[in-house]
Design a protein around this ligand. Structure first.
Ligand code: MV4
Length: 447
């Protein structure tokens, strides 16, 4: 097992990784920008190294500085967390070339899933259902039109280098497509340095359901249930829950089986998430994320499996500590993402935390790097806390969540807590009756 891990991240996820390391008896190295010298992840780590100025590109994305920090502190392994360098295949390769272990999948798997056209082709070969679409990238408007007629309008033009919703365009007819293709190609080229675009049938009102998987690259593969991540706005998730209110036991077992079969065939080694759109009883693969995700705690709450510990064990060469029949999913869990933003305008609200009290009690977990007197810097993501509730039923989970939202005190900055309070009181939400577009309407009418 590793003796020392460098955590190449900040905020709540850096803390989350530190906690897993501590429990495993592994020492930790924090890295930080000059804006983060008083951050909780730096305070808790055994050692810390300043790796640059506030701008992420000069610090948390500064590969030479991170590798130097690992060298001078004698770390064995590097955990990238999420965001920043977590899905950078070149970084993963460099980490290994410098003699450290990358706590994540192989560079080849990161690269494969980063190219959405290649990922979709792989998904088909792995036996996963995909959205009907062009077999690969479309090079010209003429080719796109031929494909669109075959697929049927409306179609969605997507960027191969994209993901997370950037560079997508809906084309309801041929005329729209003739504009959408060159526009999407230009945008994709400018944004991702890859101008390739492909077409899919546009699903009007799907839910976004993702399956948490673990693979050990030695034939071991499990899933830890699904998460319903449909409650999002501008591709930013607000609240996630597991199990999905939309699935019955048969559908759940089917999608879990499809995901684990794919992970095993791929020889995938680490934690990952396979994303699907779900509409009218059908699943369609869209992407695979090769990192630990923000919403991983809800899967931990229903399974009792420490996903970060499993990532570390697997990276150290251990086989998976669980077989599928050992995975018992119990009860219901919901995560509220609490951002330092105005709850109506979503304007960022960095600043000093003048008062702080986190909720606790039965079935409540808070992952946050906040403390009273800390100043939330303006340079990074606005996520400041994840409030996770667990209950034996969805209703019990919701009662605890409402109670915990009421208890939570964060003073000195604005947060999205008031929005969460409105959301958990809404009849549609209470009935589990929502799709990927529902939250936008809710925000518009609740302002
Ligand atoms: C789609 C879709 C409808 N039809 N694909 C957006 C993010 C990217 N990962 C995939 N996305 C979508 N792909 C087809 N064929 C609608 C979306 C989409 C979406 C998906 C998941 C969560 C939120 C979303 C918000 C808008 C659009």
């Amino acid at each position: 097992m590793f003796e020392k891990i460098l955590i190449a991240n900040r905020g709540e996820i850096a803390l989350r990784i530190h906690r897993a390391c501590r429990e495993m008896g592994i020492r930790t190295v924090a890295v930080h920008s000059t804006a983060d010298d008083k951050a909780m992840h730096v305070r808790l780590a055994d050692e810390s190294v300043c790796i640059g100025p506030p701008a992420a590109r000069d610090s948390y994305l500064n590969i030479p500085a991170i590798l130097s920090a690992a060298t001078i502190t004698g770390a064995d392994a590097i955990h990238p967390g999420l965001g920043f360098l977590a899905e950078n295949a070149a970084f993963a390769a460099m980490v290994e070339e410098h003699g450290f272990t990358f706590i994540g999948p192989s560079p080849d798997h990161i690269r494969l899933m980063g190219d959405k056209v290649a990922a979709k082709r792989a998904a088909v070969e792995l036996g996963m259902p995909v959205v009907p679409g062009s077999p690969g990238a479309v090079a010209t408007v003429a080719e796109a039109e031929t494909e669109a007629v075959r697929i049927g309008y409306p179609v969605l033009v997507k960027a191969a280098g994209g993901g997370g919703g950037r560079g997508m365009r809906v084309a309801p007819d041929g005329e729209a497509l003739r504009n959408a293709v060159p526009a999407a190609q230009a945008e994709a080229k400018a944004f991702f340095g890859n101008g390739e675009v492909y077409l899919e049938r546009y699903l009007a009102r799907p839910r976004h359901i993702e399956v948490q998987v673990l693979g050990d690259g030695q034939g071991g593969a499990i899933h830890v249930g699904e998460r319903d991540c449909s409650l999002q706005r501008k591709h930013q998730k607000l609240l996630e829950e597991t199990p999905s209110p939309a699935l019955n036991a048969t559908a759940r077992a089917a999608i879990g089986r499809i995901a684990t079969d794919a992970v095993r065939k791929l020889g995938y080694k680490s934690a990952g998430t396979i994303e699907f759109l779900y509409e009218e009883g059908e699943f369609f693969f869209i992407e695979m994320n090769t990192r630990i995700q923000v919403e991983h705690p809800i899967s931990e709450m229903v399974s009792g499996i420490d996903l970060v510990r499993e990532q570390i064990r697997i990276a150290a060469g251990a086989p998976l500590g669980y077989r599928q029949e050992d995975v018992k999913l119990a009860g219901h869990a919901i995560e509220c993402r609490i951002n330092a933003e105005n709850a109506e305008t979503f304007r960022p609200s960095p600043g000093c935390i003048t008062g702080y009290h986190a909720p606790g009690g039965m079935g409540v977990r808070v992952d946050s790097a906040l403390y009273q007197g800390y100043t939330v810097p303006p340079q990074y993501d606005s996520l400041v806390a994840k409030l996770v509730a667990h209950g034996t039923s969805r209703n019990e989970c919701l009662m605890r969540l409402r109670r915990a939202l009421e208890e939570f005190v964060i003073e000195g900055i604005e947060t999205t807590i008031p929005l969460h309070q409105r959301l958990v009181a809404d009849p549609d939400f209470i009935n589990g009756d929502y799709d990927i577009h529902w939250l936008e309407q809710f925000v518009a009418r609740s302002r």
